[in-house]
Structures are given as structure tokens and as C-alpha cells.
Design a protein around this ligand. Sequence first.
Ligand code: RIB
Length: 337
Amino acid sequence: MVRKVTIKDVAALAQTSVTTVSLILNNKGDRFSAATIARVKAARERLQYEPDYFAQNMINKETKTIAVLVPDINNPFFSQFIQGVEEIAYQFDFIPLIYSAGVHNQKVDHYLKELVRRNVDGFILAVPHLQKTTLDSYLQKRQIPFILLDQSDKQHVGDEITVADTQGGELAARYLIEQGHHKVGIVLPQQRAWNIEQRSIGYQAAMLRAQLPVADDWQITTPLTKLGGYQVAQQVIDSGVTAVFAVNDELAIGLIRGLCELRVRVPEDISVIGYDNIDWCEYITPKLTTIKQPIFELGQEATRLLLNRIADPTIAPQQKVLSIELVERESVQVIHH
Ligand code: RIB
């Protein structure tokens, strides 16, 4: 078996101590003469020595890793988000570690604890209902940088990115109203993250502004998944609405499938608008009209802000709001009164 070259071999060849080699190879060797530095570098070159990553990290106190916690990487929203994270992390030579923490946060504590033990440099937290005490005990108390976004509640504790979700919900409902719908329902989860609640507030505001009532059975709650949407198809039909705002695209896609199986035509019988603009919107029938969030940019921006914070923990809190837009496709029908 070939023996791994160690720092001792480099020190022996350069005729100096292990400490000197370690300091020079970790760019902390200013105090040594140019001749010593050159000898150490030549020895390293000759022996093709690669420092052990973890040992080096103990010296530099930096792992060049960031952790990303999302509820469910199976949701295309989060895969696209993660691509944005990866792109920026790659540019800056960081490695993102990605985790599904569970739609009910089942694994959040476990991951925070273990990742802190593994010295990650910072966290992107896109998970719902994080308690202030959790953030404090794992991260703030240890001064570990983190950024909250998407399903995280607005906590004003540090760096945050939000999307204009109230405006997004309002735009979705207003668009349906402008297409002539007066009975507009909403499909949303019972337990709502902050951003989802904003979408609902926006929907209510648009209905109020148009002086349209919102009947109790037009607000249909179900889990925020494709299956959740699928399962409430009959309830949507029974409610008598002519159009529905599903607060994310997965819900809308499941709902359209359910309606189709029940022989209800979208959009001729019931119109559906989603939220997110995941890539699947283009590939279902009918193509889904939706509110577009800048998902990829959200991942990029979150990573940029986190890396800024890691580079300089003393900068002022970074707050950012990204905008939304309507993408018209085929799932909404105009009603003429
Ligand atoms: O399915 C992902 C959805 O949950 C998106 O709307 C995103 O904003 C998150 O809240």
C-alpha cells in the first residue's frame, strides 16, 4: 500500500519544523524568510503533498461549507431554488449541503445540532415556524451566520429575504376578478407559513376591494402538496366557485388532476391559477397560469447575502424584497356576464 505523504515528510525535506510548514501552507507564514517559504513550497511540490482538509479547517476556522434547510427537496420549487444557491456557492468556492428538514420541521433540530458540530460556516433556512429560541440556542449564541427566507417567519433578527407575497396573492385574485369571476375560492394549507399567509391576505384584500364576498366554503384547506390539491377537487366543485387561487403550483397541479378525473374541465368549468411558476406549469394540460416568483434568483440572492455575512459579520442587517409577476397561460377562462 502506498503511504500517504504527511506534513512531517514535507518538514523533513524542507529541513524545518511541522509548525513552520503548517503556518506557511496556511498563508500565515509572513514572519519566515523568503528562503524558508520557498523551501517549504518546493518540498510540498516535490512530494505532491495535499493538506488534510479537516486539519486545515481547524487552523483556518472555516470549512467553506454552507447548509441549506428546505422543507422538501422533492418540490420543484426547492430544486430550482437550490440551483440558484449552487451557482453562487460555486463561484465563491463554497460547498452547499442540502437537507429536506420535513414539511413539519421534523428534522430541523437534528440538522442544526449536527451541522453546527461539523462547523459549517453559515445556514440558509427556508423552513417554517422556526422558534426564536431554536435560532438563538443553535446559531445566534455561537455567532453563526444565517439567513431566513421563504417559509421562515419574518423575525427581524438579522438577514432576511422575502418575496412580495401579499401583492402576489392580490394579483392572483384581481386577475381572476378581471376575467369576470365573482365566486373566487382559495386553496391553502391549514397551518400556514408567514409567506403563504401573506398570499391569503392579498386574496382577501382583492375580494374586498372588488366588493365580493368570500364564503367560508370557498376557503379550502389541505396540505401544501400535489396530493393535497388532488384530494380537495370534489370540495372545490361542491363550493360552487368558478375560479380558484391555489397558493402554490403543486397544489394547483394536483387539483387540476383531481378535477379532470371528476370530469370537470379546466378552464371551461372551473379556472385555476397557481403560484411559483415551477417548470411543470408549461407541461401540464392546460398550461398553468400562475404568479411567478423569482425562484432561481431567490437562491442566488440568499447565498450572496449569506456569504457577505460570513465574510464580514459586522455589516448591517441585510433585508431584501423580490418582486412577483403574472404569467398568463391557459388555465383561466374569461366569463362574460
Ligand atoms: O411549494 C413551494 C412553495 O412553498 C412556494 O410557494 C414557496 O414560496 C414556499 O412557500
